[in-house]
Design a protein around this ligand. Structure first.
Ligand SMILES: Cc1cc2nc3c(=O)[nH]c(=O)nc-3n(C[C@H](O)[C@H](O)[C@H](O)COP(=O)(O)OP(=O)(O)OC[C@H]3O[C@@H](n4cnc5c(N)ncnc54)[C@H](O)[C@@H]3O)c2cc1C
Length: 541
């Protein structure tokens, strides 16, 4: 939406296509906040250093510099657009401490920051007259003679396929959290755009880096914001010990997420967990603070875990949360295909490297969303419209018809469940060669079974099962990319931890992984990391 607003501002005819109503996008669930060095005592350089260190030195420093420099003006613009932020006692935008940050620089709206931002973006879309195709599912990116020509989308309430002819396309389809069983992500976070880009000949970058958030409710995967620890919450094990003192003596609960998640998993696996969880203790913050600053998560803990954090510690465990990898783009959001751009969680710029800091993702959507809008608009102005290939719609119609025609085959829901298990069991927080090979074998097997799966619902109108089928196809490709990257990277860096290669190896692995798809097969490649201001050093918290 931020990209569309920027492109519309330059006078172009812009449309947004969204498989759900735009205000239901996963961004609406973002709780803790958005980072920017707003205070005189803070600086964009400090923000940049924290982000580079958090990324375990894999983030591209030229891109990180852009994000941190541009953050303050983007936040102020967001506020002028109408976004509401919580205030400090002097009436300035309040900022809370977050994991891996050397200064309290996370701006927030209580624990509903994403909600506040997303609705403002939507208002701005309407204000700028951007046309919205809602509940249209994009199932193909059209690239002809090496440049983007538009997309093909399924109109969900009629089952009709449409061609949307455009000079440029910006992919902003979010993450793939639903590849895993335990995830904080919405049902719609199935990584479609990454799969579509792969099919269109664009490589994905650093897919092995999956963020596991340390404080997720068991079973539902509902998030308890990092803001709960930012406000002073403790993590304790079954013995009542504040175990982070052992793993990150200086900053304890506010170490980066990969560090905290591994610590929790170690406590649980070594028998100091509580029913497969650890406890998030907020009681000492007092009822007043919990009810004002953390009201949403208090409600969620009461409704979904049956405990009131005012009086009782909340059981939490790590769960899949964020995709550091994604569609390989440069600082201007350009992919390998002219006219095709990507931004937000679906893209890999890379500002998060091997581990993202909390509060930097909402920021990425705003800074790089704006930049993608500028790039796409400049491209449109400099380019003549080229024809949409005649055969593309026919081919898409044919392939959907073939799926609907198949009258016998396995259920896609069993396949999805098997994929979730394989990724959770074999490609989770702690990885090794054997586990990864098992996971890879399983996903390859599921790829074959997928081709023969059949739908129970073969009707045209609101065929959600068809939607799930299309999403599952993308998720299996994404799973394969994650596993390939993880098997190949023989080191431990950020969120990617190999028990058989427990050390970071800058000599061989200070480089990005690329995965290309060619003729249905995946091929690995590499790209250099941009190191400008900060030389890689050991990461300690
Ligand atoms: C519970 C939770 C809390 C979070 N809290 C924070 C936080 O406090 N701070 C922070 O910085 N980050 C946070 N994050 C991460 C951050 O919210 C996300 O990374 C970010 O909002 C993603 O935004 P996006 O615009 O890239 O994608 P999304 O908001 O996921 O939007 C994706 C859009 O793409 C559309 N789409 C997808 N596939 C298709 C298709 N095939 N056809 C058509 N449309 C499609 C969807 O309809 C949707 O509109 C949180 C994430 C979660 C899950």
């Amino acid at each position: 939406m931020r990209a569309a607003i920027e492109a519309a501002r330059s006078g172009l005819d812009v449309a947004v296509v969204s498989k759900i109503y735009p205000v239901r996008s996963h961004s609406v669930a973002a709780q803790g906040g958005i980072n920017a060095a707003l205070k005189a005592a803070d600086s964009w350089e400090a923000h940049m250093f924290d982000t580079v260190k958090g990324s375990d030195y894999l983030g591209d420093q030229d891109a990180i510099e852009v994000m941190c420099r541009e953050a303050p003006s983007d936040i102020l613009e967001l506020e002028r657009m109408g976004a509401v932020f919580s205030r400090d006692s002097e009436g300035n935008i309040a900022q809370r401490p977050f994991g891996g940050a050397g200064y309290p620089r996370t701006c927030y709206l209580a624990d509903r920051t994403g909600h506040g931002m997303l609705h403002v973006m939507y208002e701005q879309l309407v204000k700028h007259g951007v046309f919205i195709y809602d509940e249209w599912h994009v199932l193909r990116l059209i690239v002809e003679d090496g440049s983007a020509r538009g997309v093909i989308a399924l109109e969900l309430d009629t089952g009709k396929l449409h061609r949307l002819h455009s000079k440029s396309v910006v992919i902003a389809t979010g993450g793939y959290g639903r590849v895993y069983r335990t995830t904080t992500n919405a049902l719609s976070s199935t990584g479609d755009g990454m799969g579509l880009a792969l099919d269109a000949g664009v490589p994905l970058m650093d897919m092995e880096f999956v963020q596991f958030h340390p404080t997720v409710l068991p079973r539902t995967g509902i998030l308890m914001t990092e803001g709960a620890r930012g406000e002073g919450g403790f993590l304790v094990n079954s013995k009542g010990e504040r175990f982070m003192e052992k793993y990150a003596p200086k900053v304890k609960e506010l170490a980066s997420r990969d560090v905290v998640s591994r610590a929790e998993q170690t406590e649980i696996e070594e028998g100091r967990g509580v029913d497969g969880c650890v406890l998030l203790d907020l009681r000492h913050l007092g009822a007043e603070k919990i009810k004002t600053r953390l009201s949403q998560i208090r409600g969620l803990a009461i409704d979904f875990a049956g405990v009131d954090p005012v009086t009782t510690p909340v059981p939490v465990k790590p769960g899949s949360h964020y995709s550091m990898g994604g569609i390989a783009v440069d600082k201007d959001c350009q992919t390998a295909v002219p006219g095709l751009f990507a931004a937000g969680e679906s893209a890999c710029v890379s500002v998060h490297g091997a581990n993202r800091l909390g509060g930097n993702s909402l920021l990425e959507t705003i800074v790089f969303g704006r930049r993608a809008g500028v790039s796409a608009a400049e491209y449109c102005k400099a380019t003549e419209a080229k024809p949409f290939p005649d055969s593309a719609l026919r081919e898409a119609c044919h392939s959907v018809a073939m799926i609907l025609k198949r009258d016998a085959g396995e259920s896609i829901f069993a396949l999805k469940s098997a994929m979730n298990d394989a990724m959770e069991d074999f490609c989770g927080i702690f990885r090794n060669k054997e586990r990864l090979a098992k996971g890879y074998g399983k996903i390859r097997e599921l790829q074959e079974r997928y081709k023969k799966a059949a739908l129970g619902d073969r009707s045209d109108y609101f065929n959600n099962e068809l939607l799930h089928y299309l999403e599952l196809g993308q998720m299996l490709d994404i799973s394969e990319c994650i596993l390939l990257g993880a098997m190949n990277r023989e080191e431990s860096r950020g969120s990617h931890f190999r028990t058989d290669f427990p050390k970071r190896d800058d000599v061989n692995w200070l480089r990005h992984t690329l995965v290309h798809k060619e003729g249905g097969e995946f091929r690995l490649g590499y790209r250099d990391v941009s190191v400008t201001k900060f030389k890689p050093e050991e990461r300690k918290y």
